[in-house]
Every structure is written in structure tokens, then in C-alpha cells.
Design a protein around this ligand. Sequence first.
Ligand code: PLP
Length: 367
Amino acid sequence: MKTKKFETICVRGGYSPKTGEPVVPPIVASTTYRYETTEQVHELFDLSAQGYFYSRIENPTNTVVEKRVASLEGGVGAVLTSSGQAATFFAIINIAGAGDHIVAARSIYGGSVNLIQHRLSRLGISCTFIDNDSTQAQIEAAVEPNTKLIFGEVLSNPTLKVLDIATWANAAHNKNIPLIIDNTFPTPYFCRPFEFGADIVTHSATKYLDGHALQVSGIIVDSGNFNWAKAYEETGKFAEVVLPDSTYKNISYTQKFGNMAYIVKARVQLMRDIGATCSPFGAFLLQNGIQTLALRMKQHYINAFRVANFLELHDKVENVNFPALKNNKYYNVACKYLPDGCSGVLSFEVKGGRDAAGRVINALKLV
Ligand code: PLP
């Protein structure tokens, strides 16, 4: 069959009703699922069989969104979480623990900075923040023997710096570690980071994926491309992805789940032990929102572009952060990674500092 277009996946991805089944994915509001025998449930618990048994781990409505977003990003699988923060947290702790270190771009969402700098540090995971514009050599120089991953945002919140994804991915791969990237602002409509070498993508699905400010959620998507077994062999890192997990009858995620090892591990360990699952009601709203993602992103970008142009010419505006503007520092990088547009988000500085900025915000009639 012909590959489905992005717009079609937005509407149909992750759900193929059979004859007589509802066209709209139902909200499966059930915590548990019925089985005939204890053996059947045992098999599910042990991961020797696949199926739903408890909605904290997996739920059919959530599955629709997970498959849909994985498909839009070009990944092999995804896990929906209760928030974008939970997605970032889980994406990191799935492969990093006490005594480990990570490298992150300095300009990223403030909530991610708090999580990494103030929360993960208390759990024993340290971080070196480096400039978003670092060269490959500078990124590699920040990697230490215990570094487990590199983290950045395609478009940084709120300064709209464009990350040179291929450079960051090359640096990560030279050091045998994955690049995890937050794709919240562009969404897969404008950028598919896996095509440039990123290994894992996260989203605050609260934003554009939902699109209607109805629910809070996040998602982690796995490209399936990072070779955990090879990295383990060469560096001894990622033993927990490769070696037997005693809490699941000694299965090895890489051996049993192949290129889905990371994302299966995130689900069956982190959802089991920590939770932070998305409710099926939230997932239902999300699948509805995603149906119009392509249309909305196109229009958001056109609107933002007009506002950015207006602001750039305004004599009371100091500068505008929007990489689609020709004068923007990131224009050329944006042409590579965001050729059809970047986002509906822009930021700008007004002359006169904080007080003047406050007056502008207070005077806005429609935000
Ligand atoms: N990542 C980015 C880029 C964000 O802007 C946000 C929230 O603003 C988050 C992650 C966190 O997402 P959530 O608010 O859904 O927890």
C-alpha cells in the first residue's frame, strides 16, 4: 500500500476499525481487563504475552495516540505520559541513574532546567549545560565517562534557538550515547528529528498536539535506531537495557524487543514503578486534536510570521526571536531543519526593559 500522507496519519493513524466497530476511537474507561485464567494474566505480567491488563501500563485509547504520534515522527513506538514534564523525566531516567551524568543544551524550557538542575541532581544525576550553538568538538568535550545521554530542544523555549540536530546527534553517536530531543514547538509537522539522527523525541502534548488547551499530557517516541547492545559492548553503558531484568523473569529488552527495547522498557518499568500515565479521557481529546495538526500548524506559522514581520519593523521592539526571519541568527539552520516553517511561537524584547514589557503584555487585547 502507498505510504500514508502526514495529514492522513493525523486523522487515521493508530486506529483501524473493523466492520461494525466505531469510527471514532472509543474511550476505554477501564482500569483492568478480563481474562479466563491466572496463567493468562501471569504471562502478561511476565511480558511473555502481549495484551492489556492494567491501564497504568497500557490502555487501548492511549495506544491510538501512541501509534499515531510514533507514525508522525517516523518512530517505532511511543509511550504517552501524564505531562510533558513526565515525558522528559522518564526519557532521561529510563537510561540514567544515580552516579550518571548528562549533557544538555543551556537554552531549554525552564521547567526542564528545573527538572535537570534541581531535581535530577538530588537523585544523583549531574548535568553539564552547554551552549545551544556548540560545535561538535565542544559537545563531545562535555561528555564524561559516565555520560548517558545528550538532551536538547529543536526550537528552544522561549528564545527560539534552532538546534543543529545533526551536529548534536553526531557528537552523541561518536560517544556511543543517544540524543534525546524535545520537539514540542515545531511538532513533526515542521520537523522530524529522527531524519537528522536524533534517537528519542519527547513532547509536551499539552501544546500543539492537543491544540485546544484541553488536557495536559506528554509523549516519548523511540526512533528504534540507537544500538543499545553495541553501545553496551563498547562502553559498558546501558546494561539495564541489555542485561536480564530480574523483575521480569530475567528478560533482556534488546533480545526480546529488538529495536523497541528502550520504549518497552520505559513502559513496563517506569509506568509500573512510578506511574504518570495519561488518562484515556486525555488520550481521547488528544487523538481528536491531532486530527487537525497539519492544518493548525500551517496557519499558526503564517500568523506568527506576520506578527514577527510586524514586530521586526516596530521602532519600540529591540529584537524578535523567530528563525524564519531572514535577519535571524538561526535562519540558515532553520532552512535545513525547518524548511517549511518553524512554529506558531515567537518571542520578542521591547525597548525599555521589564516595565515596558509589562505594559505591552497588560495592554494586549487578544493573546
Ligand atoms: N517541553 C517544552 C518545550 C515545554 O514548553 C513544556 C511546557 O511548557 C514542557 C516540555 C513541559 O510540558 P507540560 O507542561 O505538558 O508538563
